[in-house]
Design a protein around this ligand. Structure first.
Ligand SMILES: [Zn+2]
Length: 65
């Protein structure tokens, strides 16, 4: 009997707690967002999408699954 290796996919974080650079507001955002996300408090960009890849512009405090 062959033992099967169960492949557990490496968990990727889909949400991140990001602090706005300008006003220090903390927002949880979806890191695979295809749309830009702006800070609800000061409208600074927290996430932009460059060539299909999301780029977080604020400070990532924590990543959440
Ligand atoms: Zn802000």
């Amino acid at each position: 009997m062959k033992k099967h290796n169960i492949m557990i996919p490496k968990p990727r974080s889909h949400f991140a707690k990001v602090e706005c650079d300008s006003c220090k507001n903390i927002k949880v955002l979806y890191t695979f967002s295809t749309k830009p996300i702006v800070c609800p408090s000061c409208n600074a960009e927290l996430l932009v999408n460059t060539g299909g890849q999301a780029q977080i512009l604020g400070n990532i405090l924590e990543t959440l699954d």
